[in-house]
Design a protein around this ligand. Structure first.
Ligand code: RP5
Length: 172
């Protein structure tokens, strides 16, 4: 049975540049698979700080419940958002630049006590986990999302078991 949902976004996916979009699309794909409405925005903590502040100030009133921020290099987007909202903020460090994302990981994760950012792994795996973590947060008060998460996990288990059987069977 199709699930009824409001179309106004519950999750905001922000990124520092459109060059982050291929990674952050992984987040969008999973949210779409679970039927969670979201929006994509390009908003840079360094290049457009006023726009980041405006977005943060309006987020709660607009009905957003979780913010996900992907950024690379000196990645301050998630932290700057977290400084201005009490919504949960998830940070995704981009796998880019001469340091392959280690700089973004440290800039995102090393928040001062009092202003948390839930930081996931660098790159596409992190972008997927950001979506799943956002869904888990929403699922605390949403039984249907909890059911879908359980199905998702069960599919993963079945896939690993199938791969195990294939590996045990050896090359054909
Ligand atoms: C960061 O700088 C962005 O999040 C992006 O990952 C990185 C490079 O941005 P572009 O030079 O590609 O616009 O702020």
């Amino acid at each position: 049975m199709a699930r009824e949902r409001t179309s106004s976004p519950q999750v905001g996916i922000l990124m520092g540049s459109d060059s982050d979009l291929p990674t952050m699309q992984e987040t969008g794909k999973i949210l779409a698979e679970f039927g969670v409405p979201f929006e994509f925005r390009v908003c840079s903590a360094h290049r457009t700080p006023e726009r980041v502040t405006r977005y943060a100030r309006e987020a709660e009133r607009r009905g957003l419940r979780v913010l996900i921020a992907g950024a690379g290099g000196a990645a301050h987007l998630a932290g700057v958002l977290a400084a201005q909202v009490t919504l949960p903020v998830i940070g995704v460090p981009m796998e880019s630049g001469p340091l392959s994302g280690l700089d973004a990981l440290l800039a995102t994760v090393q928040m001062p006590a009092g202003v948390p950012v839930a930081t996931v792994a660098i790159g596409r795996a992190g972008a997927r986990n950001a979506a799943l973590l956002a869904i888990e947060i929403l699922a605390v008060s949403d039984r249907e999302l909890r059911r879908r998460l359980a199905q998702y996990r069960a599919r993963m288990v079945a896939e690993v078991i199938a791969k195990d059987r294939q590996v045990q069977a050896g090359p054909r």
